[in-house]
Ligand binder design. Sequence first.
Ligand SMILES: Nc1ncnc2c1ncn2[C@@H]1O[C@H](COP(=O)(O)OP(=O)(O)OP(=O)(O)O)[C@@H](O)[C@H]1O
Ligand SMILES: NC(=O)c1ccc[n+]([C@@H]2O[C@H](COP(=O)(O)O)[C@@H](O)[C@H]2O)c1
Length: 258
Amino acid sequence: MASSLTATASSLSRTTATALLSKVQRGLSPLELVYVPHDNWLPQRPRISILDASFNPPTIAHLALATTPASTAADARLFLLSVRNADKVLKPGDATHLQRLDMMLLLARRHRAAVALIDEPTFAGKARVLCTAFPGASVTFLLGFDTLERVLAPRYYGGEALMAAALDTFFSPAQDNARIVCARRGAVSPESQTLARAERFVADGRIELVDIGEAEQTYSSTAVRDAIARGDDSWKQLVTPDIAEYIMGEKLYVAVNE
Ligand SMILES: Nc1ncnc2c1ncn2[C@@H]1O[C@H](COP(=O)(O)OP(=O)(O)OP(=O)(O)O)[C@@H](O)[C@H]1O
Ligand SMILES: NC(=O)c1ccc[n+]([C@@H]2O[C@H](COP(=O)(O)O)[C@@H](O)[C@H]2O)c1
């Protein structure tokens, strides 16, 4: 399937965003660039750092992850929203995909990131699509420890052997050449079984563990949604001011979303 990689740095109309979203949701395109920070945002053989998230809503932790010093060697930054999540489906009361795109764009404009939509739930699948779309690129995924646990869980691949093969393709310098920068998150112990599973990739420098701020480690989109639903204003400290304004303008999460 063809993908369109011709987004410009101009502002995005609602009609265009809806059309791009529909194209990816209907399986007509595996990847659509929605916004780029400037017209020459990707050099030859770029190193791209990627924050793939649900953005329901984006928090200051997402931002801390996207701007971690471990990603500063990258030539370009990409915020990625998957129309298919490995675990979650859209629930009543959640932000719609278009609202998530709006919020991603608010962050992207401030932090010189591109924004794209993808139709791939797993990181192995995302890397494949990105490497096809951007030949010669090396991709680094920025994620939290809870997500690293799921990257290393056989249930997402159909078993141990298939996971081993998928991760070999994902990390191999001769193939998709991907890397992971993983932020420790809240109460999750770095001594867990996950790290034992990741040992080889950590030793090879393919997975790097980092810390974001002590406070930011504890933030989550769930905490924002739950606080709004119970009328507790503390959520505003977990997001940037423009995201807070957007959430209030759209009256997001006021109903309990269970
Ligand atoms: N506080 C945090 N510390 C480290 N990583 C984080 C933090 N918040 C989110 N992440 C990481 O960012 C990526 C996207 O997260 P996601 O959009 O699911 O946010 P979330 O806060 O976990 O959402 P929800 O609360 O709705 O489950 C994931 O890899 C997740 O681990
Ligand atoms: N094994 C995997 O590659 C794997 C497992 C779980 C989630 N994911 C992805 O991680 C991203 C963030 O997911 P959550 O919003 O559930 O944290 C999503 O794109 C999701 O599909 C990937």
